[in-house]
Design a binder for this molecule. Structure first.
Ligand SMILES: [Zn+2]
Length: 160
């Protein structure tokens, strides 16, 4: 499937949840998907056409989560820092490794990648909310993060 179709599919998935992203989603020569908040661009590596569409779709929704965070300045919303932390402070590496070693399931985070950084935590929680992935174990804190993203989407609801 062509990148253009996958991108259109991602925009459609977001629109159905009332999310509009101003960021451009463009093919790039980068090796990984990324969001650049300076240029407002989500980059899709051209080689990724060979990946499964579902995997690329998920990754692009994740990157749009970064775009949503910056475009709506969600980090300035009361409660953000309490739940996700400060954007300028990555989660401590040691803590991350120790935590991962002790508990394979992280009920305070939606995924293991969400443990990397407050920004990734938000983008992964956003991806969960948009795609409705199943979670086996939801801690009260994770429930609050999920609610935070729901509220942010409702607050910045795009016109249908
Ligand atoms: Zn990310």
């Amino acid at each position: 499937m062509a990148i253009a179709e996958t991108v259109a599919g991602v925009r459609n998935t977001l629109r159905m949840k009332g999310v509009r992203i101003a960021a451009k989603i463009e093919p790039t020569t980068s090796l990984t998907c990324f969001y650049d908040n300076e240029t407002g661009t989500v980059g899709v590596p051209s080689w990724q056409v060979i990946r499964s569409t579902a995997a690329l779709h998920r990754t692009l929704v994740h990157e749009c989560g970064h775009a949503f965070l910056y475009e709506n300045n969600c980090a300035a919303t009361p409660g953000f820092e309490n739940l996700f932390g400060r954007l300028t402070s990555p989660y401590p590496k040691d803590h991350r490794l120790l935590w991962a070693a002790i508990t394979p399931r992280q009920p305070a985070h939606v995924s293991s990648y969400a443990k990397a950084h407050p920004e990734e935590d938000f983008a992964e929680t956003f991806t969960h909310v948009i795609l409705g992935t199943r979670l086996r174990n939801v801690s009260p804190k994770l429930q609050k993060k999920i609610q935070f993203v729901h509220d942010a989407i409702a607050q910045h609801q795009a016109a249908a």
